[in-house]
Every structure is written in structure tokens, then in C-alpha cells.
Design a protein around this ligand. Structure first.
Ligand code: B12
Ligand code: SF4
Length: 481
């Protein structure tokens, strides 16, 4: 069984420059390779010479949605030809496609291309969207199988079973698998989560067919999985069941050292949902990085309530240069409705703590919550001005399948290809039920975005300044000055 794992295109079709490595596919590939299966990863959201190499501002991200929609409709777009050429040069027996909801139309399109290329190739889908909408996804005639939840061992068992000419009774035993026979859809029992994350091999970054230049996609790393909190707009719990599992400090640092030697990098991006959950583990992580003087720089995402003076100072001393926090709203009543369990006062105080250390601060905010009125949006704008962050990431509320907020009077079902219109940065996202008119919402949303981009421009300048300083230092070192 020859396996090809595909990350569908999204940023690339939005013409947004964003080097990243699909870590989920990396883990799936690593387990298959370890068990003797020839496996490659193709990141169709990967490098594209036509896209300018610069960090996009929010305004550009919104413009990109139109280009995503157009490319999905245009069979001659370069990316679809690239998919076909990868299929014909690699000739897989099984293709696995990952998908989050806004990317699902692109994942569907790839499934269609695979079956058009060779109908005997097995198509398996997995990831957040298939896990939360399995019946819809398996209803697609181009999809044979689907894995709900954590995928490594379910996919491995499926590949082994198919390689041995599986019968229906073999498939019944594979936990986490969903499949169909004729029109009947079967969803097996969910698989138990992997108990010890240290037992997994490192993501197979080397299995990527089309890496980004200068190893810019190699910096992403995961130290934990899942999140025990329960924010109403989020659907993380549908995948990770509100269970938080962390790797050991020694395993994380060993992976950083491995990456720094193999790819000559010293900058890492932790992509965990909440990096700081276990305080003692974080302090130990920082202590070891400081003691061993690795000179690593790193960034992470966390809930702001997990930050305190000691931990943030230690993080700064251990090379943390950028922290991203999900605050979501500057309105106290919205925070309650979102079940954020944060108060504005606490947030402001903790943001001050972070900024004092010199660590760059990114805040994530949402706009367009179903109950919002213009006062809530003004509260957001005020909040940004009070915090004065180094970067602001605004997302327009998106009703994610399986989230608590997407229920009852606020329930909105977006199906299949309709997802092409909706993402955190799409002008089609309008789910307000407070009576605010669409045109007023657009005006307030755009004001919030413009103010945020002022801070975002500053960050670009800060990074350029930092790089210039580095360059000057290198030139001086070389000249022995
Ligand atoms: C890191 C991250 C990113 C990174 C990297 C994304 C990537 N493709 O790897 C960046 C910053 C680029 C990103 C971008 C976006 N992201 Co994002 N991201 C995350 C985050 C924080 C962690 C993802 C991760 O690495 N998890 C760890 C790995 C191990 O898990 P995994 O990828 O899910 O894979 C496992 C299983 O799902 C399964 N599996 C996954 N794929 C497949 C495929 C097959 C064939 C099989 C068998 C199994 C399988 O097995 C894997 C191993 O166990 C999650 C939060 C979360 N709860 O997951 C959000 C999250 C996935 N992102 C989300 C969204 C919406 C986006 C964007 C659309 C945002 C936007 N711009 O509008 C884009 C889409 C870009 C893209 N093409 O993916 C949402 C998805 C919600 C939804 N229902 O769709 C999440 C859940 C955050 C949230 N709650 O809002 N993201
Ligand atoms: S939004 Fe973040 S903190 Fe809240 S439940 Fe989702 S992952 Fe956890």
C-alpha cells in the first residue's frame, strides 16, 4: 500500500503567504512509515512563487476569500494541475485528505480529482470537519472512508486491512473508522485517545514532497493535544474530548534539538491550543532551556489566565519572543456568553505583564457574534486601544459544527460546498441576530479591522528592524568588528 496524504489549498488560493507544515499529516505519515508503509505528504497549500513573501494584513486576507471561491470553480487553476501531476508521478494506492470546515470544498475537489485520475485509489478523509460532520462527508461518492478523531492508529489499521484485502468484518473492528456499503453508512466506536504522546514518532517532516524554501515550515512543533476548557464558539472538544495530554519536557526539547541540527533553525512555533496548562512543566521547560543555553527563540498560544509574573518572566528568559492569546471580546457580557471564564480586568492586567517582559503580544478577537450590537463592537475597539498589542488577529464569527454556540436559536447549518463562502476572514460571514443591519455591521467590522491593521503594520516594521539588527550583527562578526 502506497500512501499519499494531502493538505488541501486555502491560504495559497487566498494569495496569502503563510509557510506552515500540516502537523496532523506529519504524525499520520510518521506512524505509517515506522510500520513499513511507503508514505508521502503533499502540501497543496504550500509554496507558490507567484505569492508575495510578506505577512498579510487582515484587509488582504478578506480580499482573498473571493480568489479562493474563484479558484475552486476554475479547473484549469495551477493548483489542481499540480495535484494531478503529483498523483501521476507518485501513483498512490490510498490518498488521505485532511480538512477543517472552511477548507472542506477544496478537500472535496481533491477527492474528485483523485477518483477521476483512478477510481480504484482509496480516498480517506480525516480532521476537524470530517470528525464533526461524518455523515455529510461520507455522503460524497468520491470518499470511501473517514476517520473520526485522533487518526494515527485508525489509519494504520485501515491501511493494513486494505493491504490484506479487507472484508466488511475486518472494518467493523477498526475503532474511529467510518465507512459505507452501498448507501448504508457505518460509524464505528470512537478510538481511545493515545495515552502517552511521547510514544509517537516525531512528525515526518521529511516525507513532504514540496517543502517551503529555507526550512521556513520546519519551525512548527506540538507539545500537547487538546484543551480542557469549554468556550462556546470552539469545537476542539469534538476532536479531543476536553482531555489535555502533554508530552514530557525532555521529549519536547529533544525534538527542538533534533530540528535545530537537521534543519539549521533556532526559531520554533508551538501550535498547541494551550501551551501553558501545566505550570510546573512550563517552569521546568524554561529552566532547562536557560541552563543549557540553546539560544532558541520560540512562540506559543495560551489562555491568558494561565499567565503569571513568574512564568512569563521565565518564558522571556528562556527565549520566548511572541505569545498569542485568545481574548475574543472586549465586552464583559459577551465573554460570559462565550463561556470564556475571563474578566476584562484580569485580561488587561495580564496583557500588561506580558508586554513588560518585551515578549511581543498577539491578541485574537472575534467580531460578528450573533447577539452583538454596535456598542459591543465599540467595546472591542476600546479594548484594543487599551491593550496596545503588537498584533491583532480579528476573525469574524463562524458557526463551527459541533460548537455549543451553534445550537438552539443561534444554530446555522452550513453544508458541503457552501463552506467556500465562510471563514474567519470572509465578507460573507454575517450571523448577527440582534437586528443590526448588514451594512452597519460591515462598517463597524471594517473600522475594527483598520484599527487592528495599524498595530499589524507596526509588527511588520518591528520584525524588519529585528532582522536588520541581526544582519548588521552578522556583518560586524564577519568583519571582526
Ligand atoms: C495549528 C493550527 C493551524 C495552523 C496549521 C494548520 C494545519 N493544516 O496543520 C494554521 C495557522 C496554518 C491554521 C490555519 C487555519 N486554521 Co487552524 N488550527 C490549528 C490548531 C491550533 C492545531 C491543529 C493541529 O496541529 N492539531 C494537532 C494535530 C495532531 O491534530 P489534527 O491536525 O487535527 O490531526 C489529527 C486528527 O484530526 C486526524 N486527522 C487530521 N487529518 C487527517 C486526515 C486523514 C486522512 C486521517 C485519517 C486523519 C486525520 O489525525 C491527526 C492525528 O491524530 C487547531 C486547533 C485544534 N483544536 O485542533 C486549529 C483549527 C484546526 N483551525 C481552524 C481553522 C478554522 C483554520 C483556518 C480555516 C483559519 C482561517 N484562516 O480561517 C485555517 C485553515 C488553513 C488550513 N489549510 O488548514 C479550526 C477548525 C474548525 C473547523 N471546524 O473547521 C481549529 C479547530 C481552531 C478553532 N477551534 O477555531 N491552523
Ligand atoms: S477556544 Fe481555546 S481555550 Fe477555549 S475551548 Fe477552544 S481551545 Fe480551549
Amino acid at each position: 500500500m502506497k500512501v499519499l496524504l494531502i493538505n488541501p489549498p486555502f491560504n495559497r488560493l487566498k494569495k496569502v503567504y503563510h509557510p506552515y507544515f500540516p502537523l496532523g499529516l506529519g504524525y499520520l505519515a510518521a506512524v505509517l512509515i515506522k510500520n513499513g508503509y511507503q508514505t508521502k505528504i503533499y502540501n497543496s497549500d504550500g509554496p507558490d512563487k507567484k505569492i508575495a513573501r510578506k505577512t498579510p494584513l487582515l484587509q488582504q486576507k478578506f480580499k482573498g476569500q473571493e480568489s479562493y471561491i474563484r479558484s475552486l470553480e476554475d479547473d484549469s487553476a495551477m493548483v489542481w494541475q499540480e495535484v494531478e501531476s503529483v498523483l501521476s508521478s507518485y501513483r498512490p494506492d490510498l490518498v488521505g485528505i485532511t480538512s477543517v470546515s472552511p477548507v472542506y470544498p477544496a478537500a472535496k475537489k481533491i477527492a474528485r480529482l483523485v477518483k477521476r485520475f483512478d477510481k480504484d485509489i482509496f480516498v480517506v478523509m480525516g480532521g476537524m470537519h470530517p470528525s464533526t460532520s461524518p455523515v455529510e462527508v461520507l455522503g460524497d461518492s468520491n470518499v470511501d472512508f473517514l476517520i473520526v478523531g485522533e487518526g494515527e492508529y485508525s489509519l494504520f489499521e485501515l491501511v493494513s486491512a486494505l493491504g490484506a484485502g479487507a472484508r466488511k468484518s475486518d472494518l467493523k473492528k477498526i475503532t474511529g473508522l467510518a465507512y459505507k456499503r452501498g448507501r448504508q453508512i457505518y460509524i464505528n466506536q470512537r478510538r481511545e485517545l493515545i495515552k502517552d504522546l511521547d510514544s509517537l514518532p516525531y512528525p515526518a517532516r521529511e516525507a513532504l514532497i514540496n517543502p517551503w524554501p529555507k526550512n521556513s515550515d520546519k519551525k512548527m512543533i506540538l507539545a500537547s493535544r487538546g484543551c480542557p476548557f469549554d468556550c462556546a464558539y470552539c469545537n476542539s472538544k469534538k476532536l479531543w474530548q476536553r482531555k489535555y495530554r502533554a508530552r514530557s519536557v525532555s521529549s519536547i526539547i529533544a525534538e527542538m534539538v533534533f530540528l535545530s541540527k537537521k534543519y539549521k533553525i533556532n526559531l520554533f512555533e508551538f501550535r498547541d491550543e494551550i501551551f501553558l496548562f501545566y505550570r510546573a512543566r512550563m517552569l521546568e521547560f524554561c529552566r532547562i532551556l536557560k541552563e543549557r543555553k540553546y539560544n532558541f527563540h520560540w512562540s506559543c498560544d495560551t489562555r491568558i489566565d494561565l499567565v503569571d509574573k513568574e512564568i512569563i518572566n521565565d518564558m522571556a528568559a528562556a527565549g520566548c519572543s511572541f505569545v498569542s492569546v485568545g481574548l475574543e471580546s472586549g465586552s464583559e457580557s459577551s465573554l460570559i456568553k462565550l463561556n470564556k471564564k475571563l474578566s476584562i480586568e484580569e485580561v488587561l492586567e495580564k496583557c500588561r505583564l506580558i508586554k513588560k517582559t518585551g515578549i511581543l503580544l498577539n491578541i485574537n478577537l472575534m467580531v460578528g457574534l450573533p447577539w452583538e450590537n454596535k456598542i459591543d463592537i465599540f467595546d472591542n475597539i476600546d479594548f484594543i486601544k487599551k491593550i496596545k498589542p503588537n498584533r491583532v488577529f480579528i476573525g469574524v464569527y463562524t458557526p463551527l459544527p459541533g460548537s455549543d454556540l451553534n445550537r438552539g436559536k443561534y444554530r446555522i447549518d452550513i453544508e458541503g460546498d457552501q463552506w467556500r463562502y465562510y471563514s474567519f476572514h470572509s465578507r460573507y460571514n454575517f450571523f448577527i441576530k440582534s437586528g443590526m443591519k448588514r451594512k452597519d455591521f460591515i462598517y463597524f467590522r471594517d473600522s475594527m479591522i483598520k484599527i487592528s491593521d495599524k498595530y499589524n503594520k507596526c509588527l511588520t516594521q518591528k520584525i524588519i528592524a529585528l532582522l536588520k539588527r541581526k544582519l548588521v550583527r552578522i556583518i560586524r562578526d564577519r568583519q571582526g568588528v
